[in-house]
Design a protein around this ligand. Structure first.
Ligand code: URA
Length: 178
């Protein structure tokens, strides 16, 4: 399967009868390079993403773009996606059953790209890859073989100290990539 075929499958998904698949405006499969060394994984789309069908295009996305630049990366050279491909109503946290429902799509994307590093953003995304890791300890470090967690940029929007930490961690990501 190609990334575009996976995206098409996600966009045409219908009839499961569950939130957020049935309540979203657009599915947000993710976007970027099939040859990406780095896959960025957020939790779930927000309002702007739901309206446009694109990941991280709101305020957190602008901060993410700055972090990528700090790491020496460009958006078009990485792949950006979320664990859950549809916006939960009211931006509530995705439920375990919803994560399980969407997980095969993320696994399929990762199997196609085979990145050097997966960068989960925030504790919810991190839990998906390393259930026992804590974001407060794991952020900005290489965890296991190919996991490099960062704090979620949305958490830093109103917290200048966390923003500094994120910028430092993004530079560490760039160094880990060599
Ligand atoms: N927050 C996320 O976790 N994902 C997005 O796509 C946008 C905001």
């Amino acid at each position: 399967m190609t990334l575009e075929q996976i995206a098409e499958e996600i966009r045409s998904h219908t009839g499961c009868g569950s939130e957020p698949c049935e309540t979203c405006t657009s599915f947000v499969p993710g976007e970027g390079s099939p040859d990406a060394d780095v896959v960025i994984v957020g939790e779930a789309p927000g309002a702007r993403e739901d309206a446009t069908g694109r990941p991280f295009v709101g305020p957190a996305g602008r901060l993410l773009d700055g972090l990528l630049a700090e790491a020496g990366l460009e958006r078009r050279h990485v792949f950006i996606t979320n664990v859950v491909k549809a916006r939960p109503p009211g931006n509530r946290d995705p439920r375990a059953a919803e994560v399980a429902h969407h997980r095969p799509w993320l696994e399929a994307q990762l199997a196609v790209i085979r990145p050097r590093l997966v960068v989960p953003l925030g504790r919810h995304a991190l839990r998906h890859f390393a259930p026992d890791a804590r974001i407060g300890e794991a952020h900005g470090t290489l965890v296991g073989e190919g996991l490099f967690p960062l704090y979620h940029p949305a958490a830093a929007l109103h917290n200048p100290r966390l923003r500094e930490t994120l910028l430092r961690d993004a530079r560490a990501l760039g160094a880990a990539l060599g």
